[in-house]
Design a protein around this ligand. Structure first.
Ligand SMILES: C[S@@+](CC[C@H](N)C(=O)[O-])C[C@H]1O[C@@H](n2cnc3c(N)ncnc32)[C@H](O)[C@@H]1O
Length: 280
C-alpha cells in the first residue's frame, strides 16, 4: 500500500518542506519505510513520530538510506521510531508472509502484478520461479491455483528460510518447493525440462539468465514472464521499447509476444516492464 506522505504530514511540516518530500512510502505489515530528502534530515524523527501516531496499526518506522542493491536486492535502513524490529507479517491476496525487511527483498508495490500472473495459470501447471525471494509470487500462485506446483528458487539463504516458513503458514508446503542457490545452477542440476511456465522477476539482470529459463521448460516450450528495466521517454513508449528489447533478447528462439505491460516507474524515465512470451 502506498500512502501519500504529504497528506499525512500536512500539519507537521511547513508548505515549503512538504513540497520537498517524496510522495509515497511503503507499509509492510506494521513497518513503514520512508525516503527522506537530505534537506529534511533534521526533521526525520519528527516525521517518523507523526507517521507512528497517524497511521493505524503501524509500530515501526525506518528511513531507507540506500537504493535496493547487491545480489540479494536489499536496501539499507535506519531505525527512526517505534519498536526496533525488522520482521513483520504482511498480508496480500488472502496469503500471509513473514518478511524481514532488512535481510530480504520485498515490495508491496508488485501486488497487482502478482495477481495478474496468478489469473493466467492454467490447469496442472508446473512453474519455475527463478528469483522468488520469500515466496510471494510462488505462494500466491499456488494458493489460488490448487493443482499447480511451483519451484521457488533464490540465492539468499534468509529468503529461502522465510519462504519455507511462509509455505507452512499458507499450507502450500506440498506444492511450493523452495530451492536455495543460483538460478542457473539449480536449473541445470535439478529442473531441466520440468516447467510449463517460468517467472524471471529480477528486472536488473534477468536477461543474463535466458538460457536457463528456456532450459527449465518442457521441450523448451512454454510461457516466460520476462522482467526488465527499460529506459523510455514515457510510459506509453516503454511498452513498445519493452517489446523490442524482449524480441532482441529472445532473438534465437521461436516465439510469440503475448503482452507487455509497465509495472511501475523506478527512476526518471526508467520503467519496470514485464513481457509475457510464448516460446513455440
Ligand atoms: C527483485 S527480487 C524479487 C523477489 C520476489 N520475486 C518478490 O517479488 O518479492 C530478486 C530476488 O532474486 C534473488 N537473486 C538474485 N540473483 C539470483 C540468482 N543468481 N539466482 C537466484 N536468485 C537470485 C535475490 O536474492 C532476490 O530475492
Amino acid at each position: 500500500m502506498a500512502h501519500m506522505l504529504k497528506d499525512v504530514l500536512i500539519n507537521t511540516l511547513s508548505l515549503e518542506e512538504i513540497t520537498k518530500l517524496y510522495s509515497s512510502f511503503d507499509v509492510i505489515g506494521d513497518i513503514v519505510i520512508i525516503k527522506i530528502p537530505e534537506s529534511l534530515y533534521s526533521k526525520k524523527y519528527l516525521i517518523a513520530k507523526t507517521l507512528l501516531n497517524k497511521i493505524k496499526n503501524v509500530n515501526t518506522i525506518f528511513q531507507q538510506t540506500s537504493p535496493v542493491a547487491g545480489d540479494y536486492r536489499i536496501r539499507n535502513l535506519e531505525f527512526l521510531a517505534g519498536e526496533e524490529k525488522t520482521v513483520t507479517e504482511y498480508k496480500e491476496h488472502g496469503c500471509v508472509f513473514k518478511v524481514d525487511v532488512s535481510k530480504t527483498y520485498f515490495s508491496p508495490r508488485l501486488s497487482t502484478e502478482r495477481l495478474r500472473i496468478t489469473k493466467l495459470i492454467g490447469e496442472r501447471e508446473i512453474i519455475v520461479n527463478m528469483f522468488a525471494g520469500i515466496g510471494t509470487y510462488s505462494i500466491i500462485l499456488a494458493k489460488k491455483n490448487p493443482d499447480c506446483i511451483v519451484y521457488s528458487i533464490d540465492s539468499n539463504p534468509t529468503a529461502i528460510e522465510l519462504c519455507i516458513t511462509n509455505c507452512k503458514l499458507n499450507k502450500v508446503e506440498n506444492r511450493v518447493i523452495p530451492l536455495l542457490g543460483d538460478a542457473n545452477n539449480v536449473i541445470s542440476n535439478k529442473l531441466i525440462g520440468v516447467g510449463t511456465r517460468v517467472l524471471m522477476p529480477l528486472p536488473e539482470k534477468a536477461y543474463e539468465f535466458i538460457e536457463s529459463a528456456v532450459l527449465s521448460l518442457e521441450n523448451k516450450k512454454g510461457i516466460v514472464h520476462f522482467f526488465a528495466h527499460i529506459k523510455s521517454n514515457n510510459k506509453k513508449n516503454a511498452i513498445n521499447d519493452g517489446i523490442e528489447y524482449s524480441m532482441n533478447i529472445f532473438k534465437n528462439y521461436k516465439k510469440k509476444i503475448i503482452t507487455c505491460r509497465v509495472i511501475r516507474e523506478v527512476g526518471p524515465r526508467i520503467y519496470q516492464v514485464v513481457t509475457d512470451i510464448y516460446l513455440l
